[in-house]
Design a protein around this ligand. Structure first.
Ligand code: CTP
Length: 473
């Protein structure tokens, strides 16, 4: 196969020219080649040089007039950015790894040595940048065939490849999920046998791969593989605990692991938001610790939404996920995920809708999306009924929102006005008055307006033994 037609980026022509002048050999390798053949958008360009990667990078950078070529002498690599694309140069290497570390011992090598040390056959393809065979694909492990057939396979014995760098076990599952490929059974077996080795990899790198799985079109595929290979057990035991069905007195509950994956895939059909996807993963995370059996009512998971919300920061911290507003957003959706459904099942009062709008704020649409995705009964009849009611609640939310504007509730009477009216300094009463006004609005006793709220406050003054000192409104 020759891909010279597709090597449009100027870096390739310039590199080829310089190699020709100096008698060097260079190849495009790795993900760029894979994505070019799969017609996926390509990101970084990796170039392997048989010889000095740094020298080729400097000369190429000079010719392309890039501002800065960074040289990493210790690693023998170099990098520059040219028009939105990162270009990385490295000398061809032969590597071996020690058992307890990812840090390889590196020696100079041939292109073949370099291809051998790569993770998968589909990532070990190289394209020549030499003048005489420019664009030719060098494929010692039948990577092209694997790309065609959709197979993830290692160039070496899988046990060796995964032991060299255990992160590759995550990468295998990530690529299988992203590209909709199958992992060769020998490889799957090796992952299962080596799963414990994942423990030497940092959480950041593991979760980087995990997030790529979550951002795929159908992440459930990846999670099922993570589970069956026991990799998930190494870093996310709370999710593993969701798996399984228990039966007592002939009553079974659903398998919450597979239910969660269904909800996740449902969410993915409608949203690319990584954090909404995380909310789907965590929405039932506290079902195992809240599970009870009662002869009369069967299985219950009371309070799993609150405990789940409390578990969220811990899980985020453990997985080195951000602890900022993104975590708070996930936590909020986990805490509220049953609320729209409880409206669906019960009587929809305006005040219950107003309270939900108040608590969800601008995340109400995402919460509704999650909630809709959560309707996954095997019983078609139930699903149809829930969906119909769900539509009704959605409409009700819109109506109430238009009428009462409580989504981003701001108290109509400020603390300042309360202090002025009753001649108070900062004190607990102000909080009490504000909460009472808010509740009265949410319960529908008064409209969300200043005048009405002010009068409501005056009416409550007696009860709180407060005297009006200012006649201003
Ligand atoms: N590689 C490897 N083992 C790893 C990581 C990377 O052998 N643990 C090799 C693969 O040949 C890979 C190349 O280094 O193609 C570049 O790695 P990276 O940029 O991390 O991944 P890509 O394959 O480019 O894929 P993506 O950009 O989707 O992460």
């Amino acid at each position: 196969m020759n891909l010279s037609q597709h090597l449009k980026h100027p870096v390739f022509k310039v590199c080829a020219q310089i190699c020709h002048e100096n008698g060097w050999e260079a190849y495009v390798v790795g993900g760029y080649v894979r994505d070019l053949i799969l017609e996926r958008p390509s990101k970084d360009i990796d170039i392997v040089v048989v010889g000095s990667g740094m020298e080729l990078a400097e000369k190429t950078g000079e010719k392309l007039r890039v501002k800065k070529v960074s040289l990493f002498k210790n690693f023998g690599t170099a990098h520059f950015r040219y028009k939105d694309i990162d270009v990385e140069f490295v000398g061809a290497r032969k590597e071996s790894y020690s058992r307890d570390s990812r840090k390889p011992v590196v020696e100079n090598g041939t292109l073949q040595d370099d291809q051998f040390r790569r993770d998968f056959t589909i990532n070990a393809l190289a394209i020549s940048l030499s003048k005489d065979n420019f664009g030719e694909v060098i494929d010692p492990f039948n990577g092209l065939e694997d790309l065609e057939k959709g197979i993830i396979r290692t160039p070496l014995d899988p046990a060796q490849t995964y032991s060299d760098d255990p992160l590759r076990m995550m990468r295998a599952i990530r690529f299988a999920t992203q590209l909709d490929f199958k992992i060769e059974s020998k490889s799957l077996q090796a992952i299962l046998e080596n799963s414990e080795r994942l423990d030497i990899i940092s959480k950041e790198r593991i979760v980087d791969e995990l997030n790529k799985i979550i951002l795929a079109k159908e992440p459930s595929r990846g999670f099922k593989l993570l589970f069956s290979t026991r990799l998930l057990h190494r870093f996310f035991p709370e999710m593993v605990a969701l798996q399984g069905i228990e039966t007592i007195s002939g009553k079974s509950h659903k398998d919450n692991f597979y239910h969660t994956l269904e909800v996740l895939d449902n969410v993915c059909m409608h949203s690319d938001n990584l954090w909404l996807r995380w909310a789907a993963i965590l929405h039932d995370i506290a079902k195992p610790p809240t599970k009870r059996f009662d002869e009369r009512v069967g299985w219950t998971f009371h309070g799993h939404e609150d405990l789940g919300a409390r578990m969220t920061p811990r899980i985020f911290k453990h997985l080195k996920l951000p602890l900022d507003h993104k975590m708070k957003y996930v936590q909020k959706l986990v805490r509220l995920h049953l609320r729209p459904i409880s409206l669906v099942k019960g009587n929809v009062t305006d005040s219950a809708v107003r309270r939900l709008l108040f608590e969800a704020g601008d995340d109400i649409e995402d919460l509704m999306l999650l909630c809709n995705a959560d309707i996954t009964s095997k019983n078609e009849f139930k699903v149809v009924k829930y969906r119909k009611n769900f539509e009704m609640v959605s409409q009700k939310l819109k109506d109430v929102e238009e009428k009462d504007r409580v989504r981003n509730f701001q108290p109509p009477v400020s603390g300042e006005v309360i202090m002025q009216t009753f001649g108070l300094g900062p004190c607990a009463e102000i909080g009490i008055i504000k909460t009472r006004i808010k509740d009265a609005i949410l319960e529908g006793e008064i409209p969300n307006e200043y005048e009405e709220a002010f009068n409501y406050m005056l009416a409550m003054a007696d009860e709180l033994k407060l005297k009006r000192v200012s006649s201003e409104k």
